[in-house]
Design a protein. Structure first.
Length: 223
């Protein structure tokens, strides 16, 4: 059986201008969702380590629900399910941002919990012994140290969330994969187009990875 493999580089390069139209949507959904997710992560992460059980359980429920269900199911529920409850449609981009926000927020909650709990108890006691209140001790002593330790994990979560946006083509968001699907429908160059989509995602995630490594070399993250 003779199988001939032919990759059309010209077709791949020709798709770039069309695929670039999806990059702003990919970045908007990724970083918009991550910004909200970071706030959710701080809120529920701190609730998760609260000494009061009635505060911990809502956080545990949120974390387990959104970590235990696929982001694809979450965005489909937001885009198709919530409008029935709200009585009005939800824009596809808004649904994508919301899905990244609640999904990444659940994972970031655990990152926050781990980061805060990694700070030695003596740091808290030292802050209190200096006359700082509990809130001041957390703000000026514990949080700055914990945040530095969180940065690598937060960066990894950012990369995961960027890649998760590729699933949102199912709701019609004009991100990279969706633009690729539209272009393929007219050119039928699936191999070349999806190769370029993969390369563009790789460029975005590698850029973020390199930025994190630079922070690590400068000693701005970690211990």
């Amino acid at each position: 059986m003779d199988i001939t493999f032919h990759f059309n580089w010209q077709a791949a390069f020709d798709s770039i201008p069309y695929l670039l139209k999806g990059v702003p949507y990919t970045l908007l959904i990724s970083f918009g969702g991550l910004a909200i997710g970071f706030l959710l992560g701080i809120f529920f992460g701190l609730l998760r380590i609260s000494p009061m059980q009635w505060l911990r359980w809502p956080a545990i429920t949120y974390i387990e629900v959104f970590r235990g269900t696929p982001v694809l199911v979450q965005v489909l529920f937001i885009f198709y399910g919530l409008p029935q409850l709200l009585g009005g449609p939800i824009d596809a981009v808004t649904a994508g941002i919301a899905a990244i926000a609640v999904n990444s927020g659940a994972y970031i909650s655990e990152i926050v919990r781990g980061g805060v709990q990694s700070i030695e108890r003596g740091q808290r006691e030292a802050g209190l012994s200096l006359g700082l209140s509990r809130v001041q001790t957390f703000r000026y002593v514990i949080w700055p140290q914990a945040f530095r330790r969180m940065i690598p994990a937060l960066g990894n979560q950012g990369i995961i969330s960027i890649k998760d946006t590729s699933l949102f083509a199912v709701i019609g968001v004009g991100e990279l994969v969706r633009q690729g699907q539209i272009y393929i429908a007219t050119t039928f160059n699936a191999l070349e187009v999806y190769m370029m989509v993969a390369i563009m995602y790789l460029i975005i995630t590698l850029t973020l990875s390199i930025a994190l490594r630079m922070l690590e070399r400068k000693g701005l993250v970690g211990q």
